[in-house]
Design a protein around this ligand. Structure first.
Ligand code: FAD
Length: 414
């Protein structure tokens, strides 16, 4: 029997999952390869870091997602290179993996922008291990403060978060609340009022992609929560317990979180593909790679543009729509039809700043803030989470945290 057309999808992220699902019922066999054996819901990583949720609430086994899709095989392995002419991938520990069509959805990694000390001393918030490492580190600083209160003078309980985008803002709010409502009760002999959350942003406002009025509301709320927001300030270099700003200020801090930006995964270059700014793979309007119509790049790793040539943002809805589009182009080519350009339909952007507060900028010029923004954020994130168990767990945890002002996930188990 002739072998069916084989599509290899790299990455079980938002884009890769959507591409794989869109190939359900198509006359192809799909191999979904990911370095991890799970799909991760990155928008809720900050909740794991701030002890609101546990790791397995926001991740779901990739194999489980495709139980009922008979044309999918899931492989756990890291793709390290390719021979594009032979249509073969190199996968760590697996050897060569052939394909007829390839979808690259390898996502992004934290960009340190070469700031000295960041790679060595900063915590990132890009994967589950990052979130758990940060949570454990922060909780350990509090345990240490209980034993050596004098170390508060040395910034033991100061967290500096660099980058006032959604990640930095949400994490700042989450940590400020964790300190004020939970750890203040846990650590009776520690003067938790001296714990600081400092948010450093280089531009003149937080939440840059949002309308200025929503940024202003977010800033007010952050300050109400006790977050010290430093606008128009840049980090020059970092030491283990000190953060030096370019204006000469030094902040004593035992915790630095780098949320200042991401760059595309290095996989594009490793595969020998043409990469542009921030390592994003150059793609045609139909998301195929120039010179290789059988290879598509989607999501954070791709430099997809809109109709006017403007680079699309690295957001989950972009990756999901691109994944579905790439799958449709593969089927179109198989059926001898021409491919079509990718058009992104803007779904809006949202961020939450502590309990009862969020901002949402929706299509059609609709802006929500305060409690309404928060409810919109809660609803959307619940709907987007994969798996009934995860949704149920998150709902129960959020309900519990909301009613009791508690955070259950504050065990140190590293
Ligand atoms: C903290 C945080 C908060 C965010 N909040 C929001 C938000 O509120 N709203 C929003 O729209 N977006 C948000 N984003 C961005 C959003 O998560 C990304 O845009 C989205 O995940 C991109 O999807 P993707 O499929 O391109 O990549 P990803 O979802 O990152 O998936 C990439 C996958 O590729 C795998 N992989 C990478 N390299 C290899 C390799 N060499 N071999 C095999 N597998 C590999 C990875 O393990 C991963 O599973 C947030 C991101 C972060 C980090």
């Amino acid at each position: 029997m002739a072998r069916r057309h084989r599509v290899v999808v790299i990455g079980a992220g938002f884009g890769g999952l959507r591409a794989t699902k869109a190939l359900r019922g198509a006359p192809v066999d799909v191999v979904l390869v990911d370095a991890n054996n799970y799909h991760l819901f990155q928008p809720l990583l900050y909740q794991v870091a701030s002890a609101g949720l546990d790791a397995d609430d926001i991740a779901y086994p990739a194999r489980g997602i495709f139980h009922r899709q008979s044309n999918v095989d899931v492989v756990m392995g890291r793709v390290t290179g390719a021979d594009l002419d032979r249509r073969e991938l190199q996968v760590d520990g697996l050897g060569p993996l052939g394909y007829d069509s390839l979808v690259v959805g390898a996502g992004a990694v934290t960009a340190t922008f070469g700031v000295p000390g960041v790679a060595e001393h900063a915590f990132a918030l890009k994967n589950l291990q990052d979130a758990l490492d940060l949570r454990h580190h922060v909780l350990r600083r509090f345990e240490r403060a209980a034993l050596e209160p004098a170390m508060l003078d040395d910034g033991l309980l100061t967290v500096v978060i660099v980058g006032g985008g959604p990640t930095g803002v949400e994490l700042s709010g989450g940590l400020a609340e964790l300190f004020g409502t939970v750890l203040a009760k846990d650590f009776k002999r520690v003067d938790v009022r001296r714990a600081r959350v400092v948010l450093v942003e280089m531009t003149d406002r937080v939440l840059g992609p949002f309308a200025p009025s929503l940024s202003a509301k977010a800033l007010t709320k952050l300050r109400e929560l006790g977050v010290e927001v430093l606008l128009g300030r840049t980090v020059e270099r970092v030491e283990a317990t000190k953060v030096h700003l370019t204006d000469g200020t030094t902040i004593a801090a035992h915790t630095l979180v780098w949320a200042a930006g991401v760059e595309a995964s290095g996989l594009g270059a490793a595969l020998g593909l043409n990469v542009g700014r921030s390592g994003r793979i150059v793609v045609e309007r139909d998301l195929s790679v120039p010179g290789h119509p059988e290879v598509y790049a989607i999501g954070d790793v791709a430099a997809a543009t809109d109709e006017r040539g403007v680079l699309l943002p690295q957001l989950a809805p972009v990756a999901m729509q691109a994944g579905r589009h790439a799958a449709r182009q593969i089927v179109a080519r198989l059926e001898g039809r021409p491919t079509t350009p990718f058009h992104y339909r803007d779904k809006g952007i949202m961020a939450t700043i502590g309990r009862n507060n969020g901002v949402a900028q929706l299509p059609g010029g609709i802006h929500l803030s305060g409690w309404l923004g928060w409810v919109a954020w809660l609803g959307l994130h619940l709907v987007m989470l994969i798996g009934f168990r995860n949704r149920a767990n998150v709902l129960v945890n959020w309900g519990w945290n909301y009613i009791t002002y508690d955070r259950g996930a504050r065990l140190i188990i590293d």
